[in-house]
Design a protein around this ligand. Structure first.
Ligand code: SF4
Ligand code: SF4
Length: 342
């Protein structure tokens, strides 16, 4: 493991090498937004951006995904035989992914690939075939708080390579064996470059102002946090629009439906949201989370209490700040964490 160095004007050559054998996705400008896109022209890849509007979650867990297809005609030879959907044809690389978004994938690995019995083959196929090359965040947004949730603007968790932009060149650090293989042949970074990386890291971390503690949330009994009176006020302004959950890189709830047209049938899974009143409605009509208070509480209890219990202490939040930016009524997850902890 070590630091390598590449001049910026050689970066396109590296990308072109990738695109010959793989699909390459990276953040590009689209109107006023920065979006993940399949790259056909390396010059469009952004280095100077805050973060993408949506996280790259959809490249592994699409908003709508066909799980299998079937023939719905009972007289057909292949009636009701389930036909698997194809795995990814090509390998892929995600370039310039932010460390918070890469960390979200390693948290979701524990959900979708916890053990053999519950392995999600759709998630695994995409994870196995994708390389993640991260871009360290030298200028975090005012809404970022990754350092408060076990990460850093220079975090390496979930990445194969961490890249640091030094202006006219990039420094690249291999994190996994896959990463080491990619960086083979590049020249070593100088001591001066590595010193600059350390300085940039310290500077970026110091720009994150949040000062959050989760000691009480994590150590207290579930019911103590669940029954706290502060939930009685928090939910009032929420519109249950669900934007926070769709933008969140770690929210992963889905709903499965069969869709048919004539003889054709397919089973799809779609993103769901705990903000929807239908989310936990039973067939009987009873809904154990039938009020807005229940739904709002569920979102935060899931992230900060239930997930750490189930995922060896991992919190269901990477501090990307997207939910703060998109909430139309200014519900700020940092305030919620403070209140929960209090
Ligand atoms: S809860 Fe908010 S800050 Fe945390 S990962 Fe999700 S969108 Fe980002
Ligand atoms: S974005 Fe805001 S208003 Fe919409 S569901 Fe989330 S917390 Fe509620």
């Amino acid at each position: 493991m070590g630091y390598k160095c590449l001049a910026k004007d050689k970066f396109s050559e590296l990308v072109e090498k990738f695109t010959k054998e793989q699909d390459v996705f990276a953040p590009i400008a689209q109107g006023l937004e920065v979006k993940w896109s399949l790259i056909d022209d390396p010059s469009k890849i952004l280095f100077d951006f805050k973060n993408t509007s949506m996280s790259p979650k959809g490249l592994f867990f699409p908003q709508t995904e066909c799980l299998f297809e079937f023939n719905n005609n009972k007289d057909a030879e292949d009636a009701f035989i389930l036909k698997e959907t194809s795995p990814l044809v090509k390998k892929r690389t995600l370039l310039n992914i932010r460390p918070c978004d890469a960390r979200a994938f390693s948290i979701l690995d524990k959900v979708f690939m916890k053990d053999e019995d519950s392995l999600d083959v759709y998630w695994k196929d995409k994870r196995d075939k994708t390389i993640l090359i991260g871009l360290a965040c030298t200028n975090p947004c005012s809404t970022c708080f990754c350092t408060q949730v076990n990460s850093s603007p220079f975090g390496e968790d979930g990445l194969d390579v961490l890249m640091i932009d030094l202006g006219d060149k990039v420094v690249l650090k291999d994190v996994t064996d896959k990463g080491e293989e990619i960086l083979k042949g590049l020249e070593d970074a100088s001591d001066e470059d590595i010193k600059k990386v350390e300085e940039l890291k310290k500077e970026a971390e110091s720009k994150i102002n949040a000062n959050l503690s989760m000691d009480n949330i994590l150590s207290r009994e579930v019911l103590e946090v669940y029954e706290d009176p502060f939930w009685d006020r928090l939910y009032e302004t929420c519109l249950n629009c669900g934007a926070c959950t769709f933008y969140c890189p770690t929210c992963h709830c889905f709903d499965i439906q069969d869709e048919t047209k004539g003889d054709y049938g397919r089973r799809v899974r779609n993103w769901d949201t705990c903000m929807s009143w239908l989310f936990t409605q039973h067939a009987s009509g009873h809904n154990p989370r039938g009020t807005k208070k229940h739904r709002v509480r569920q979102r935060f209890m899931h992230k900060f209490k239930y997930m750490p219990i189930k995922l060896d202490g991992d919190i269901g939040c990477v501090g990307c700040g997207r939910c703060i930016q998109v909430c139309p009524v200014n519900i700020d997850v940092r305030d919620v964490i403070k209140n929960m902890n209090k």
